[in-house]
Design a protein around this ligand. Structure first.
Ligand code: CP
Ligand code: NVA
Length: 296
């Protein structure tokens, strides 16, 4: 079964992925040959560091063979249709991960191919990131006792985090400047499941919270808006002074890459409660959990 969005993922399945991720992190040797002889494609239409390298290494450490496919060499949507790309790759691979601009390319490919398709980030969601994020929170406190505050753009990372949080029993607060809130459909779905607060008031959003999470103000593909966004997001930077308003045991999270000096200060990135590199490490373990869910 494909893994395109947290929205479409049952809470039980998501919970199992997080648990498996924590298990493989604790005992990586137990799964060394779990996917022996299989092949996993990793397709990138955008830049990547963590997703590319962690998914490649996770695949190897499960005994399968990864192949990274770059769009500048393959031409998704320009050299041939997304559906034809998917149909061809489905003849070679056991599973395919794809990072694309338009989420509709993923749904088109998923409909055309029989192999599981994994969203490695689209404009709508970043579900693999959310599995790693919930593992990171679970390392610090029970998920059903956690309040997670996301500060910044209501983007792909925010959408997956919101939905993963409520599906796993955490409360979620989103603090965005007016006009940059998450998609109404995501907020509506999350609110039907759990405890959701949407506000533009930073102090209200972080008061007593267990997690402060942020992402870049300008995502890949939005570079032309960077200067405008810097103006609109001014005042929403996460700093140690703001962090003082959170719970005394709170953690700071960021999916990375970070634009230091914009959404987060250098001091906050290096703060003793900053878990950003644990979170990046968890991308490795969580992708193993995703592959084991698909192919194990
Ligand atoms: N967090 C994340 O997806 O990082 P990359 O864009 O470097 O893969
Ligand atoms: N929101 C960011 C996340 C990068 C991992 C982007 O889409 O560029």
């Amino acid at each position: 079964m494909s893994f395109l969005t947290i929205a479409d993922t049952e809470a039980d399945r998501l919970g199992r992925m997080v648990e498996t991720g924590l298990e493989v992190k604790a005992s990586p040797q137990d799964h060394r040959q779990a996917l022996d002889g299989m092949s996993v494609g990793l397709f990138f239409q955008k830049q990547s560091l963590r997703t590319w390298v962690s998914c490649d290494i996770a695949t190897i450490q499960l005994g399968a063979h990864p192949i990274v496919i770059r769009n500048d060499q393959t031409g998704l949507g320009s050299r041939e249709t997304p559906a034809d790309v998917g149909r061809v790759l489905g003849r070679y691979l056991d599973a395919l991960g794809m990072r694309v601009f338009d989420h509709s390319d993923l749904t088109e490919i998923d409909a055309a191919t029989a192999i599981p398709l994994i969203n490695l980030l689209s404009d709508l969601e970043h579900p693999c990131q959310a599995v790693a994020d919930m593992m990171t929170v679970a390392d610090h406190l029970p998920l059903d006792e956690a309040t997670i505050t996301y500060v910044g753009d209501g983007n792909n990372v925010c959408h997956s985090l919101m939905l993963a949080a409520v599906k796993l029993g955490s409360a979620i607060r989103v603090v965005s400047p007016p006009g940059y809130e998450p998609d109404a459909s995501v907020t509506e779905m999350a609110s039907e499941i759990g405890d959701v607060t949407i506000t533009s008031d930073l102090r209200e959003g972080v008061a007593g919270t267990n997690v402060i999470y942020t992402d870049v103000w300008t995502s890949m593909g939005q570079e032309a808006e960077a200067e405008l966004r810097r103006r609109h997001f001014a005042g929403y930077q996460i700093t140690p002074a703001l962090f003082e308003d959170a719970d005394s045991e709170a953690i700071f999270m960021h999916c990375l890459p970070a634009h230091r000096g914009e959404e987060v200060s250098d001091e906050m990135m290096e703060h003793r409660r900053s878990m950003v590199f644990d979170q990046a490490e968890n991308r490795l373990h969580s992708f193993k959990a995703v592959l084991l869910d698909e192919l194990g």
